[in-house]
Design a protein. Sequence first.
Length: 176
Amino acid sequence: MSFYVYLSGEIHTDWREEIQRGAEAAGLDVVFTAPVTDHDASDAAGDHLGKPENGFWRDHQSSKVNAIRTRTLIEQADLVVVRFGDKYKQWNAAFDAGYCAALAKPYITLHSEEIVHPLKEVDAQAQASDSAHCEGRRCLGSGPEPCSFSTGSWPQSPPQGEASPVNRLRILRSDL
């Protein structure tokens, strides 16, 4: 049985590929989905519906089309990983996390230490939050820093292999 994971959030680093490589290397049956990560393609998502009179309406039209995709993929996911980057405001990521909370959909937040305070309410609703790694880039990584779960903390010295990205997903879903 496949495990569906929606990878939400910042699009300027390779964090999605990092998680996908870890799952593939471990041989997990995980299907990853994501928003449109190409700016131009995202901005043009609604262009097939007709040419709007100005840029505001083009953005409005495309955001509606993108929202259909986002809502559908979040609702179909078993787990959502929301990555907050530091370079740009992450309004879409915050909205996706809020949508997950409203649906009671399990989600994990990834972000740097610098934005722990502004994301405290978002993190409080998450099933896990990983802000310990430098700039949040070692997403669910196997580095020495713990991943703090809302029900406690990841052990400082986990048993061999338990802290790998894939095994952290296994903890959230026992049939993996």
